[in-house]
Design a binder for this molecule. Structure first.
Ligand code: SF4
Length: 615
């Protein structure tokens, strides 16, 4: 029996209220690790193709990895998986904080839900036992109130993953929240929970995660903490807000709904840069046992924008999507919208993108004050940005039009508003521009969760992992992309935080911790192969749903079509086609259908997947 696992997952049928534990097969663990690897394996087998993601037959999974809740550095993550109601394909979103480790201390590696409950419920996990409980008194409460109510009932030593009113209202950009500000934000996973009338998962207990070699795992923790790169110090000092100023002017941040240039359209970024954030920070926040601690709690907002002390510090993504992307440099308005999103349970990336979309529609006369409930949606108008975010959170007035993200909003608004809807397959793009970091172009299209910036590849990988390639060339980087993204899949599936992974000089951190915790004699090569298996089953999930990423429309602005005339990425038009075609070849996926070869699927042990894709 491998270490790192509690050894069982829970299956809950919300329609009939039945719960059953199932042991985790050892082969399944080694082949798919955990997290979204295990989630994709189970959903591919147990969820039929083309189910309604918000219907009774869809399955939502909450999974940890073998390194979650262990001495491994930053083993704090859990992931929510399901068919995304936003994209119609594979969906996942992960979060840190304390819920993931506590899920294991409650005795479970993961929980899967199917069906729809008649009334709101939550599942209570405690010391290896599970029960469904009535959540009628929680329905309608925001995520803070939900946590407080559940803790008053079950004590302070529980951890909670829950949805707020946005998820209850099945907003397609809603998140699953924990610790009042850590978000599994992407893919619309909050809506899946809401559709099932599942308000929360409560994890309680003090069970030990078995470790194959505890001494070795602790030694590794000490060793790798001493090797942290300077980037870790940057995260420790300022969190991701450290990126805000440099990214706004380097070309990394989208500006003016991806239509602007930072140095031209948003020259005064300092009011939302790290210094402005840090002077408003009350204290640091760290996820479970994380030695970096990139998070923070803010002081009370007492000025134009009121928020309680303890509001979570906005991440770079939030500062950019509500900042440069809306031409807004009012920092307290961004802390406020971050707090609104955390309380109501909204993805800040998609919400900020949707507000920017509304502003551009307004500025171009597609919508007017009579549509927007009298709110003047103009660039940089922070009062309007806050007001519209509140409306989105409550599905109120024009917020009802915007509450499902830019694709749905543009289909409702019409009048060529789709020109300003920056998304791939319904998922709003995050705050990193492929014109500066070419690897994002391939990732945004080809990862099973389109428009995802955290999928590693050749852009975000420990320096010793990748073969050499020319970072200025579009051609010749596919093998590095393949290795980098596949290894990243294992890092995610194992339950580690990406920031720790990119703060170390060697990929051996993952291999070493996996060996010490599980007891498997794993090599980096095996893990890359495992990541390839995970990549193929996530990708095959989408193909089975009829989604071919080669056919996705990628926003011209993100690729520089036409090229910008000014700024750091002036003249750049990303040769996405070359990168994608070379990546398809490296993965042994067909250049037109994107279908993995039968030989590749069989080589990876995915005979059932091959049977479905090659009938
Ligand atoms: S680096 Fe930041 S996000 Fe990652 S585990 Fe540590 S505190 Fe959490």
């Amino acid at each position: 029996m491998a270490g790192g696992y509690m050894g069982k997952v829970l299956f809950v049928n919300l329609t009939n209220g039945t719960l059953r534990d199932e042991p985790l097969d050892d082969g399944l663990r080694r082949d798919f690790i955990g997290g979204y690897g295990l989630g994709a394996r189970i959903l591919f087998s147990q969820q039929k193709a083309n189910v309604d993601p918000l219907g009774a037959d869809s399955i939502a999974g909450f999974l940890t990895g073998p390194l979650t809740g262990t001495p491994a550095l930053s083993g704090s993550r859990y992931v929510v998986v399901g068919k995304s109601p936003l994209t119609g394909g594979w969906g996942d979103a992960n979060s840190g904080g304390y819920f993931g480790p506590q899920l294991k201390f409650a005795g479970y590696d993961g929980v899967f839900f199917t069906g729809i409950s008649e009334k709101p419920v939550y599942v209570y996990l405690n010391e290896g036992k599970a029960e469904l409980r009535d959540a009628s008194n929680l329905w309608g409460k925001d995520t803070f109130e939900t946590e407080d109510t559940l803790k008053s009932e079950h004590g302070q030593n529980i951890e909670i993953a829950c949805i707020g009113p946005a998820g209850e209202g099945i907003s397609l950009i809603s998140a699953v929240m924990n610790n009042k500000g850590r978000a599994a934000g992407r893919s619309g996973v909050g809506a899946i929970m809401g559709s099932k009338k599942l308000k929360a998962i409560v994890a309680s207990g003090q069970m030990n995660v078995p470790l194959a070699d505890e001494t070795r795992a602790k030694e590794l923790r000490t060793k790798y903490m001493a090797e942290l790169l300077p980037v870790a110090q940057m995260f420790r000092a300022m969190g991701t807000s450290a990126l805000t100023a440099a990214s706004a002017h380097s070309g990394d941040s989208p500006v003016k709904n991806w239509g602007g240039v930072g140095v031209v359209d948003f020259p005064n970024v300092d009011p939302i840069a790290a210094a402005a954030i840090m002077e408003r920070q009350e204290k640091k926040y760290a996820c479970w046992h994380c030695p970096i601690g990139c998070g923070g709690h803010m002081k009370e907002g007492t000025g134009e924008y009121k928020y309680e002390a303890g509001a979570h510090k906005p991440e770079y993504e939030t500062l950019c999507m509500f900042g440069s992307n809306c031409l807004n440099n009012n920092v307290e308005s961004i802390i406020k919208v971050n707090d609104i999103c955390n309380r109501y349970g909204l993805d800040t990336i998609s919400t900020g993108a949707t507000v920017a979309f509304a502003i551009e529609c307004y500025e171009n006369g597609i919508i007017s004050k009579s549509d927007t409930d009298g709110i003047e949606m103009t660039w940089g108008n922070h009062q309007s940005i806050v007001a519209m975010t509140e409306k989105i959170a409550k599905r109120e007035g024009f917020g009802e039009i915007l509450a499902d993200g830019v694709r749905v909003a543009s289909s409702k608004i019409g009048n060529d508003s789709d020109l300003y809807a920056i998304h791939i397959q319904g998922q709003e793009l995050p705050a990193h521009d492929p014109k500066l970091g070419y690897h994002y172009a391939t990732t945004y299209r080809m990862d099973a969760t389109p428009g995802r910036h955290t999928q590693g590849s050749e852009g975000l990988a420990p320096p010793d992992l990748l073969p050499k390639f020319d970072r200025k060339s579009y051609s010749g980087r596919a093998e590095a992309h393949r290795i980098g993204s596949n290894f990243n899949h294992v890092m995610n599936a194992a339950g580690l935080c990406m920031f720790m992974y990119i703060s170390l000089p060697s990929a051996s951190v993952l291999t070493d911790f996996m060996s010490a915790v599980t007891g498997w004699d794993v090599t980096t090569e095996e893990l890359i192969k495992t990541g390839e298996r995970i990549a193929n089953i996530r990708h095959s999930f989408n193909l089975r749903e009829g989604l071919n990423p080669i056919e996705f429309k990628v926003p011209d602005r993100s690729l520089g079509e036409p090229a910008q005339k000014e700024g750091p990425v002036a003249g750049v038009t990303v040769d996405e086609s070359t990168m994608v075609q070379e990546y398809l070849k490296a993965m042994d996926w067909d250049s037109k259908s994107a279908r993995p070869s039968k030989e590749k699927l069989l080589e990876l042990g995915l005979a059932d997947v091959a049977g479905e894709l090659w009938p």
